[in-house]
Design a protein around this ligand. Sequence first.
Ligand code: ADP
Ligand code: MG
Length: 472
Amino acid sequence: MGGNLDLRPFLDESKKIVVSNEEKKAEAEFYLNGVEYVRVEGENFVVSVPSTLFRDQLQKYLLSKLENSLKLLTGQDFKIIVEVSTSFQAPPSANIGETIETRTQQNPIHPIQINLNKDRSATGLNPAMTFENFIVGEENLLAYNTAVAISKNPGNDYNPLFLYGSVGLGKTHLMHAIGNAILQNNPGINIRCIPSETFVSEFVSHVLNNSAKTNAMKKFKEQYRKLDVLLLDDIYDLQGKEESQEELFHTFNELYDHKKQIVFTCDRPPRELKKFNERLISRFVRGSIRDLKVPSWETRCAIIKKKIELLHLNLSDEIIKHVATQINSNVRDLESALTNIRSYADLINEDITMEVVQKAILPITNSTGYGSISIDTIQRVIASYFNITSKELKDKRKTKNIALARQVAMYIAREMTEKSTTDIGLEFGGRDHTTVMHALNKIENLIKTDPKMDSVIQNLINLCREQHQFSS
Ligand code: ADP
Ligand code: MG
């Protein structure tokens, strides 16, 4: 075999074998989807990938498995050679701070050009939310790469995309970036990017105005069903709105059947939606589900560096690090911190010192409530209250007392931090997020039915807060 033979089908089959054996299927699928057949030269099986990131991830986790499957299928001892295609460069994940610096030196940031022509404003897209000014870190890498892939080939591999995560983490930004990129590549395309609330209010007003003469409902349905791309933000706003859900269900089917791209954003994974049409949820989980997590300290530094360039703010490294340490909730808070610093700077007209920065960000650090309390602190407080060790909260033992303490600690972690149930599960000995959800439900019920429980939890929250203030 070899020579000019096209061994593409073998590559495709090998990918399937690898994915079927992977625990992290979505991730494996994602990276393997980027692998394209190039040629075979002797024993070398040459493939290309879109970026060095793909290459590195493949080499780390998947390449030897792919080689083995290929051997299995072809009976030949191929060595896979990975080339990075130059036509597309996604930002690599390693050394994020450094990469951002080198990138910005090469491509100085130009003020965003807002070119609001009529067509664009009808789409609902915010032209300032693009891939170019979205900072990529470990916490949003997979979501980002999926979004980029969608923008290059809408309606195909990742349909629908369900993006979730807590507030201020870039869900809306990424969704608009998908729309903007698709529009740029396909200027005539019919895109609509709107908050779910708009969908509901349009639906209601068309129902109210419907009559044989106006045919308002028909127009409403047509308007959505003839779209090429539908981007619906904050889908949880449809909770409890049965008729709007029903309408969306039909719109979804129509678009999906015609391979039109659909993207939803939400504050939680699909299965955690309450008062939601089961059939609609089953459609959400049919495509790709990606989450955005709170950015790490390194990513926060990179975000600050990028944003201060846009704001023409000059901050020392020490100050950048300080802000990244103090504001650890989300990107929106980081942005408010920086705009506050900007206004202070304008006011005093002097160099921006650490004192100035501390004053400027105080309102934000105060308003984020429990501040940066760690799950570790919570675990220590709860463990000592229940007279067990933190380690026992994380390991597998299940005596009644330990199980209750664990559930209480998970509940309080959810109350006091921005962490998702997935993250909380990880911090409790790698438990699944469904276990965390079960704990949350159970404690919620106990609080409702047992007044003693309510006050115990409240006291524990106060203890955690005290411990946090004491130790920071
Ligand atoms: P969400 O929809 O998740 O609540 P947004 O997308 O509205 O969050 O993001 C809040 C703000 O933070 C926006 O101004 C957005 O541009 C900015 N932002 C969020 N994530 C990033 C990121 N990774 N890089 C740059 N800016 C970001
Ligand atoms: Mg949003």
